[in-house]
Design a binder for this molecule. Structure first.
Ligand code: BTN
Length: 326
């Protein structure tokens, strides 16, 4: 109720009468009054004028389920939100919520993670109060071998969201790292629970180094934050809202064809290694070639010096620039 009232007040230019709130949400005057009081206790400045109603004057810079929910403009992405101050990993949270039958689009957000998970068994540095750590539950109608494309869908959405919200130009390092000034600011970890021919559910976890002021020594060379690169503090709720908006948009486009076809051009335009020589590191097989972008299945097309064309599947492969990370 609180987030619905907040949204309604925010959408209106002037006062919204108590009666209108009662009618819109089918609740009593007392329920509206109680919800408004709770919002005031949480730091929202709300003007209440007899016979006119309520008007929102200012919001605290808060990062909470109510604040996020009241700003979302999506149909399904993030419409159910679980917000925790501290958790092991939001991916684990979502896996548990999936087992309880929560719907497609359910989102877990945490202020900090004590066991943030990265790709290939690595960890993800997750200090409190500065960054975004969240995971979304998907119940896609896809074959298990198509699920890796969902990571690319999220990478494209998050890249668009950051550019829009923070006025920067991010790039994507295939398959799913997002870079700013050629250093990593976003990591995405996709986990799937499936039968041989059927997906039960997919969890896409995304960590955005947002307002962190310094990176730990051991990852400093290749990792950074939006704050470090721009000198500006980003409103995490605003950025999270944009990620959900773009993700829902891109996912709905993707779902129509169940391939990257319609997303390829946007994705390739952001690809940091496009038309550059890269080194492909497959277990037991290393080679160099020119990256020509992704195909409609999300594989990276690499042309070797002798003209042989390779389609690289994400899995265990890693692709680097010939001089290092990019
Ligand atoms: C990577 O190694 O690049 C992937 C990092 C993914 C980190 C995010 S933070 C939110 C979600 N919860 C986790 O434990 N991991 C992902």
């Amino acid at each position: 109720m609180k987030s619905k009232i907040l949204k309604k007040l925010r959408e209106s230019d002037g006062y919204v009468s108590g009666q209108e709130l009662c009618d819109t949400f089918g609740v009593s005057r007392t329920a509206v009054w109680k919800a408004v009081n709770r919002l005031k206790e949480e730091g929202y400045e709300i003007d209440s004028v007899p016979k006119k109603g309520y008007r929102i004057v200012s919001s605290p810079t808060r990062y909470s389920a109510d604040e996020i929910k009241s700003r979302l403009v999506t149909e399904w992405a993030g419409q159910e939100i679980y917000f925790c101050q501290e958790t092991g990993s939001t991916n684990t949270e979502i896996n548990q919520l999936a087992e309880k039958g929560m719907p497609h689009g359910t989102l877990a957000v945490a202020e900090c993670q004590t066991g943030g998970k990265g790709r290939r068994g690595r960890g993800w540095v997750s200090p409190s109060g500065v960054n975004i750590y969240m995971s979304i539950l998907l119940r896609p109608d896809l074959a298990p071998d198509q699920a890796s494309m969902l990571t690319l869908v999220m990478a494209l959405a998050a890249s668009k969201a950051i550019d829009e919200c923070c006025e920067v130009k991010t790039q994507i390092k295939w398959p799913n790292d997002i870079l700013l000034h050629r250093k990593k600011i976003v990591g995405i970890l996709t986990e799937m629970t499936a039968e041989p021919d059927y997906i039960n559910h997919v969890v896409i976890g995304i960590g955005i180094n947002t307002n962190q002021e310094e990176m730990p020594e051991e990852i400093k060379k290749n990792a950074t934050s939006i704050r470090i690169e721009t000198g500006k503090v980003t409103d995490r709720t605003a950025l999270l809202e944009r990620v959900m908006y773009h993700f829902e948009n891109e996912y709905d486009r993707f779902e129509k064809s169940r391939n990257m076809g319609v997303l390829c051009a946007d994705y390739n335009e952001r690809l940091v290694n496009l038309n550059q020589v890269v080194r492909v590191l497959e277990p037991g097989n290393e080679y160099e070639g020119t990256a020509e972008g992704i195909d409609e299945t999300g594989k990276l097309l690499v042309v070797r010096e002798d003209g042989t064309k390779e389609s690289v599947y994400a899995g265990e492969v890693s692709v680097r620039g010939i001089y290092g990370y990019v």
